[in-house]
Design a protein around this ligand. Structure first.
Ligand code: HEM
Length: 461
């Protein structure tokens, strides 16, 4: 059911907003990566609403103001498909929810959405806390040195496995982590010109990327096989396996099931792990924020484990998690290709063009965020003492950690529940210290990762 879309090439003579010259050749190609966070920031400073440039022979528009972001992603979202990076990530994710388009996407979204309704999140919340407590008991020992990125990724992988697939992936965590690192490197190459050609050459990097994908495929296949053997267990994978199309009564083939499972495993654990990692890094370096968080946890929980019902009673914990995603958004850029001409700020952006909007840039824009570079969780607390996403007073589209418009994250309620419950469980008793004593630089890969991981020493408080 793959959708092939033939788009008209953008017309040669159209008037365009100004922008940086040859950004891809200078910044992208030289470092063999996508435009980095610094490149985006510089473009936004110089072109505060919209900029045009050429990248890898394509017309690319940077949207650097909440109004221009809204015009494309919200108002004209139906005239967009995923951009270059996600198109290319089909090599791993196939036609799963994150990468598919059109009717196939709509059908799959309808199918997967119920797995994230409030009643389901309540059940998952229990498993999230139990899994975190087990992890704390087995791994978090006072004085232990570890890489928090690897540690929290293993935890969130186990959570996704148990909640969505009723499976224990903890034994696979090391393999999945190593495979992911290979794959992220692989994705960097994927967005370069000629990537499809490179893909066919027996280069060591390509071989390692493909081997990593095969390794993840094995994990997913095992999940599917175990489920088929166990019969309907009521979880997401059972739903996928038993789903029937209303129109023709057909089910999903093995390939489609594999693509959805791979998408949920990856999209569902990597981003949350990064958000939690940055949160611990920021707490370790911002004592006032840590004091406020610990005070709330001591006061509300008094030493007991949190539950789903506590989520509304932990505004500071929620604000702490939100403020981390503001400064270090795990998904730091959103790319789209236009399927029709779209007017932005009075400019006609021709069908076929690429557009980019960066959470990294909009979340730190001093026009919309007072003390934009400061870590201030209290900005999210409103006059009634509640967590409120509009409390900082920013325009709606200056804040989009979970995306915008119809393709918004299906797992958002899951991510908030997991982020807050894992943070509440661990920060209640622990205040990890960073080995380097500072928040690491960013490694802007597909997700925003701490460069060199997050070496830390676990300290009981
Ligand atoms: C802090 C954690 C998370 C962040 C920051 C995040 C961010 C995002 C963003 C920005 C998008 C939109 C991508 C685009 O428009 O191109 C997205 C989509 C998606 N996310 Fe998340 N996500 C998180 C957690 C999760 C979780 C826990 C799951 C599943 C368990 C999940 C599954 C998905 C899926 C399947 C999509 C594609 C939705 C669609 O197109 O219909 N995400 N996520």
């Amino acid at each position: 059911m793959a959708m092939t879309t033939t788009l008209p090439r953008p017309a040669a003579r159209v008037s365009r907003p100004t922008g940086p010259p040859g950004i891809a050749t200078v910044a992208g190609l030289a470092s063999r990566r996508l435009p980095s966070t610094e490149v985006f920031t510089r473009v936004a400073q110089e072109y505060p609403r919209v900029a045009h440039t050429r990248m890898f022979g394509e017309h690319v528009y940077f949207l650097t103001h909440p109004d221009t972001v809204r015009e494309v992603y919200v108002t004209n979202g139906r005239f967009t498909i995923k951009g270059r990076a996600l198109q290319r990530s089909k090599v791993l994710l196939g036609e799963g929810l994150l990468t598919s388009e059109g009717e196939l996407w709509k059908r799959q979204r309808r199918l997967v959405q119920p797995a994230f309704h409030a009643a389901r999140i309540r059940t998952y919340a229990e498993q999230m806390v139990t899994t975190t407590l087990e992890h704390e008991r087995d791994v978090w020992h006072d004085g232990r040195e570890l890489d928090l990125v690897a540690d929290l990724s293993a935890l969130t992988l186990t959570v996704v496995g148990r909640t969505l697939f009723g499976a224990d992936l903890s034994g696979d965590a090391g393999d999945v982590g190593a495979a992911l690192t290979e794959i992220l490197t692989h994705f960097q190459r994927q967005v370069l010109p000629g990537a499809q050609l490179l893909e066919r050459l027996p280069l060591p990097g390509v071989r390692r990327g493909m081997a990593a994908i095969a390794q993840l495929d094995d994990v997913v296949q095992r999940l599917v096989d175990e489920h088929r053997a166990a019969g309907d267990t009521g979880d997401v994978l059972s739903m996928l396996l038993s789903a029937r199309d209303d129109a023709d009564g057909t089910g999903m083939d093995d390939r489609q099931v594999r693509d959805e499972v791979m998408t949920l495993v990856l999209a569902g654990h990597e981003t949350t792990a990064m958000a939690l990692s940055w949160t611990f890094a920021l707490l370790a370096t911002n004592p006032a924020a840590a004091v406020a968080l610990h005070a709330e946890l001591d006061d509300v929980l008094g030493g007991r484990a949190p539950t789903y019902d506590d989520l509304g009673r932990l505004p500071v914990t929620t604000a702490t998690f939100a403020e981390s995603m503001r400064l270090y958004p795990p998904a730091w850029t959103l790319g789209r290709r236009l399927t029709a001409d779209v007017v932005v700020d009075g400019w006609t952006l021709p069908a076929g063009s690429l557009v980019l909007a960066s959470q990294w840039v909009l979340h730190r824009d001093p026009r919309f965020w007072p003390d934009a570079e400061e870590y201030l969780p209290q900005r999210w607390i409103n006059g009634d003492g509640r967590f409120d996403e509009s409390a900082p007073g920013q325009p709606r589209t200056a804040w989009f950690p979970f995306g915008l418009g119809q393709r918004m994250c299906v797992g958002e309620p899951f991510a908030w529940a997991e982020g807050v419950l894992v943070l509440a469980t661990l920060a209640q008793h622990w205040a990890p210290e960073l080995t380097d004593g500072r928040v690491p630089d960013v490694d802007p890969a597909v997700t925003l990762r701490p460069k060199g991981g997050l070496p830390a020493v676990l300290r009981r408080r």
